[in-house]
Design a protein around this ligand. Structure first.
Ligand code: G3P
Length: 223
C-alpha cells in the first residue's frame, strides 16, 4: 500500500499524456516523488503503461479494467493482464468509465487476489459509502460536474468531502481521496485539512504548460 497523503495523476487520453510525452511526464512525477519524498502515482492507459512500467520508480496503475475473466472478450483488458504486465494497481469506476456495482465488487476482490491496489471512484458521498462496503484500498470521490474545470472540489464542495469521509469511515477505515478541478497547493491543502488522504488530478498537471512546476505546486499543499 502507498504512503499517504498520495497524489494520483490521471493522464487520461490527453495528447500531452500519451506516448513519449507520457514517459516524460512519468519521469517528472518520479523526480518530484524523489526530491520531495511524497507518494506520487501515475494512472495511464494500458499501452503507455507497458512503455512506462519499469522505466520509473513510482506506482503505475491502469485507468480502467473490465470485469471479465479470460476468454472470448474482444478488446477487453482484465485484471490478469494487469498482473501479467506487473502493474501496481487499478483505477476502477472513474466517472468517465463507470461500472455496475457487481463489476466493481468483482474487480476489487480480484485485485486483492492478485495483489494489486484498488482505487475506486465514486461520484458522490452516498456512492462512496456503498463502495466502502466492498473494501477497496482507496475510495476516490470526484463530483463529475467539476472534473476538468477550474473550480476545485475543495472550494466548491467542501461539505461533500466531509460527508464522503464520514460515509466511508462509518463503514470501513479506508483512505479517502478526492478530485476534480484541483489545480494548486491551496486546493490540495484544503482537501487534506478536511480529512482527505490524498488527491486525484488530471488536467492541472497533464495540460499544464510546465507540468513539473504544476506537480511541485500541488505537492506544496501536501507539506
Ligand atoms: O481522475 C482525476 C480526474 O477525473 C480529475 O480531473 O482534470 O479535474 O483534475 P481534473
Amino acid at each position: 500500500m502507498w504512503k499517504t497523503p498520495v497524489l494520483i495523476v490521471n493522464f487520461k487520453l490527453y495528447p500531452s499524456g500519451i506516448g513519449e510525452k507520457a514517459l516524460k511526464l512519468a519521469r517528472i512525477l518520479e523526480k518530484v516523488h524523489k526530491e520531495r519524498g511524497v507518494s506520487v502515482v501515475a494512472a495511464v492507459n494500458p499501452l503507455d503503461a507497458l512503455k512506462i512500467k519499469g522505466e520509473v520508480d513510482i506506482p503505475i496503475i491502469l485507468q480502467h479494467v473490465d470485469a471479465v475473466d479470460f476468454g472470448a472478450h474482444t478488446g477487453r483488458i482484465n485484471v490478469e493482464l494487469a498482473k501479467e504486465y506487473k502493474m501496481d494497481g487499478l483505477l476502477i469506476n472513474h466517472s468517465e468509465r463507470m461500472l455496475k456495482i457487481s463489476e466493481i465488487d468483482y474487480l476489487i476482490q480480484k485485485a486483492k487476489d492478485f495483489g494489486l491496489v484498488s482505487v475506486v471512484c465514486a461520484n458522490n458521498s452516498r456512492v462512496a459509502g456503498a463502495i466502502a462496503f466492498l473494501n477497496p484500498n482507496f475510495v476516490a470521490m470526484e463530483p463529475p460536474e467539476l472534473i476538468g474545470g477550474n473550480v476545485s472540489v475543495s472550494s466548491a464542495k467542501p461539505e461533500a468531502i466531509v460527508k464522503t469521509i464520514e460515509a466511508v469511515k462509518s463503514i470501513n477505515n479506508i483512505p479517502v481521496l478526492v478530485g476534480a478541478g484541483i489545480k494548486d497547493g491551496k486546493d490540495v491543502k484544503k482537501a487534506l485539512e478536511l480529512g482527505a488522504n490524498g488527491v486525484l488530478v488530471a488536467s492541472g498537471v497533464v495540460k499544464a504548460k510546465d507540468p513539473e512546476r504544476a506537480v511541485n505546486e500541488l505537492v506544496d499543499g501536501m507539506m
